[in-house]
Design a binder for this molecule. Sequence first.
Ligand code: AMP
Length: 547
Amino acid sequence: MPSPKIQSLMMNSPLTITSILRHAESNNPGGRIVSVTADHPRHETTYAQAFSRARQLADALVRRGMQAGDRVGTLAWNDFRHFEAYYGVSCAGGVLHTVNPRLFPEQLAYIINHAADRWLLADPVFLPLLEKLAPELKTLEGIFLLTGAAVPESAIAGLQNYESLLAEGDADFEWPELDEHAPSSMCYTSGTTGNPKGVVYSHRSTVLHSMASCLPDMLNLSVRDTVLPVVPMFHVNAWGLPYSVPMVGGSLVFPGPKMADGETLQRLIVGENVTMTAGVPTVWLALLQYLEASGKDLGRLNRTVVGGAACPRAIMQAFRDRYGVDTLHAWGMTEMSPLGTVNQPLPHQQDLSGDAWLDLKAKQGRAVFGVEMKIVDDDDNELPRDGKAFGALKVRGPWVCSAYYERPESDAHDADGWFSTGDVATIDADGFMQITDRTKDVIKSGGEWISSIELENIAVGHPDVLEAAVIGVPHPKWDERPLLVVVRRAGAAVSPAELLGLYEGRVAKFCIPDAVEFVEAIPHTATGKIQKMELRSQFAGYRLADG
Ligand code: AMP
């Protein structure tokens, strides 16, 4: 006879960002938040103070009419005010839309309009940019400058500073009870072709991602950590650190606009007793160069998380051999909140040294619980985990996006819910994934995406160009830089300088290709598309003049 019916009897406490805030407030109210900002060379606050101000911000926005699901944009570096907005907006039921100020102005206007942001919180340094863009920003009702300083004369109607906005709100504001599936924040990615695509995170996905990232074999976060996120807060929520660090009660150090400044980073690391940092490889090169030139050290720093691009071996070696710092090579995506894998050794790998150690470290790591991962061939058959077979990398899990915001035409998801990452990888018998290439047709330079298609369209606009392809080639500082490969029309003699001149004023400076190579032909697939992977392998050993 079957047993009588039974139900679980556990509490259904929603997994919301507010629960992280409440936990930090009750258990670690004195947790430190240190920032560099435009108006403070060093600002220190605590979780208790920051969350009290987050309540004021929430109340001020609600009084202005913010309703559940309304978008509030930020165009800001990493500091305490941006941190307050992370909680003030999301815990009040709004959706925090972090905007990447490094995007080209047309893309900025596109994403702010596409997300239908109602208000924008912006660092004062972006005011000239916003004044130019303002006529295009159709949905914005107000812009607030993230400063306590007086607001300069501006063509933007009703421009106010953030501190005066906060003064409109009450620190007694009561957080609403939210559904854990409610949207909490969003971030656009330009890591695919066409217009940037919006990824919408939920309270639940954010909490689960934070819990997983604290695990020992992920980032191993604890109350004893002081963490310096050098990854921007506009790039996938600074890899979730503004949530995961308060979750464990650790301290946060924010570098403000001084993101790639080796001197500031070293001063913060030593002066604030930082134990962990996180950022793209380009930043660590700047730091290591500064250390070498100055002879300074890294104090109590014991680990640095490197992701966003493959971590060069020289960085991992220098951190370990000269400064006793472990590198945690990690892989993820905007679409994945972002953490997918982290490279932490298995028991039998702990004493590896020399090349064996570097070979292991070069891999992007093993999947954390919550991320299912597989590699497939062109017919979507799963490939073996033997470290040799390589194929398209697919993922699935509670902090992986299930669709892009208002982009029903996207074919990134299959019928079984797997998301195609656009990366090509191997997975070895121990579960270590290694990226070997990309199917997505974009270039990543210093952590920022460059659209190859946009660059190709400009090149083929020249009458002497028969066909053009842009690929990323390795660069020691920027990881990758664009190379323009051109087939000239018969008898044409257009020069590299003339072709590169086409880009001036038409794309952001960092997108302009570094070099031009002329070839007889560009490889194509059976359906006539350019075979970028083949072209990349043809130029595999290519060295740029400054590379
Ligand atoms: P984003 O959404 O801008 O964070 O970019 C995600 C993409 O960056 C991934 O799909 C990869 O192509 C690349 N990426 C991230 N981390 C790594 C890594 N550790 N090694 C190589 N590529 C990486």
